[in-house]
Ligand binder design. Structure first.
Ligand SMILES: [Zn+2]
Length: 270
C-alpha cells in the first residue's frame, strides 16, 4: 500500500537512533493550497526538498504547517518554512506560544482544511502531552507523528511523557477506521489495527516484566532496567530507564506500587 496521490513526503536528513532514517515531513493537498505536517530542519536543503514535493503535486502554495508535537525533530524548521512561504503555523492548544508565535491552535476533534479535503485532529498525549495525530477520514489515513513509528517503539520520557496517557491514546485509535498509518519516522504501516494492538501488547508485556522484577525484590529503576533490558547499553539504556520509570509512575497511579526515596515496592495484593 502506498500514499494516496494527494500525499507526498520528504524525509529530513536527520537520521539517528531516535529518528530512524530521519523525520518524515508530509505534504497534503488535492488542489490549490496544501498543508505540511512537521518540519524538522531549517536548512535550505530541507525546505527545498519539501517545496519540490509541493511543486511536483502541481500545488500553488503551502498555506498551513501542522505540528504533531513540539520535539525539535518535528518543529525545528517550522519558523524557517513560514518565513520562506508565508504559511501559517498551527500547534496544539496546550503548547500555545511554544514557538514564540504560532498563527493558530487546534485541539481534539478540530477539522483543518487543505486544498480539496480536511484533516481531523486527534489529541494523543503520551509521547508528548500536546501530541496530535491527524486523520483523513475519506481514505482512512492517519498521520501518527511519534505516537506510532514505522518500526521500533515510541520513547516515553517522564514527566511529560506519560505511559497511562500513551496507552489510552493507543486504545483511542482503535475507535477509528484506519487503512494506512503514515508515521513521523520509518516506513508507512499498512496493517494499522494489528500494529496498534501490537504496540498495546508490547507495553503491557513490559509492565508485566516490571511487576515481575519488583516481585523478585529489585527496587530501583536501574536494577529493574538491568533485569528487563539485559543486552541494552549506551544511550538506549537511558531510554529503557525512562520507559521503566514511566511504567512505575503508571503503576503508582493505579495504587499497585509505592515509591519511597527512589525505592519501588509492590503494594499488597500484587
Ligand atoms: Zn520524532
Amino acid at each position: 500500500m502506498a500514499e494516496p496521490p494527494y500525499i507526498r513526503h520528504f524525509t529530513a536528513n536527520n537520521p539517528g537512533y531516535m529518528t530512524l532514517q530521519g523525520t518524515n515531513q508530509y505534504v497534503v493537498g488535492r488542489e490549490g493550497a496544501v498543508l505540511v505536517i512537521d518540519v524538522a530542519l531549517s536548512a535550505d536543503s530541507n525546505l527545498d526538498g519539501i517545496i519540490e514535493q509541493v511543486e511536483a503535486m502541481g500545488a500553488k502554495k503551502i498555506d498551513k504547517i501542522l505540528l504533531t508535537h513540539i520535539h525539535s525533530d518535528h518543529c525545528g524548521g517550522a519558523l524557517a518554512l513560514r518565513k520562506r512561504t508565508g504559511a501559517k503555523i498551527g500547534i496544539h492548544r496546550s503548547r500555545a506560544g511554544y514557538l514564540g508565535g504560532e498563527d493558530f491552535q487546534y485541539g481534539e476533534g478540530d477539522r483543518i482544511q487543505f486544498g480539496g479535503g480536511e484533516l481531523q485532529v486527534l489529541h494523543t498525549p503520551g509521547h508528548e502531552s500536546g501530541h496530535c495525530c491527524f486523520y483523513e477520514s475519506g481514505d482512512q489515513v492517519l498521520f501518527s507523528g511519534d505516537h506510532i513509528l514505522g518500526f521500533g517503539t515510541s520513547v516515553i520520557r517522564p514527566p511529560d511523557g506519560d505511559m497511562t496517557d500513551y496507552l489510552r491514546s493507543l486504545e483511542k485509535l482503535l475507535g477509528f477506521n484506519i487503512s494506512l498509518i503514515l508515521p513521523g519516522h520509518g516506513p508507512l504501516v499498512g496493517k494499522p489495527e494489528a500494529k496498534i494492538r501490537e504496540y498495546i501488547e508490547h507495553r503491557l508485556m513490559r509492565q508485566k516484566q516490571v511487576l515481575d522484577a519488583l516481585r523478585k525484590g529489585h527496587e530501583t529503576i536501574g536494577a529493574i532496567t538491568q533485569t528487563i533490558y539485559v543486552d541494552v547499553s549506551g544511550p538506549l539504556k537511558n531510554i529503557a530507564e525512562f520507559s521503566v520509570q514511566a511504567h512505575l509512575i503508571k503503576l503508582i497511579k493505579e495504587g499497585r506500587v509505592k515509591n519511597e526515596a527512589g525505592r519501588y515496592r509492590l503494594l499488597d495484593a500484587n
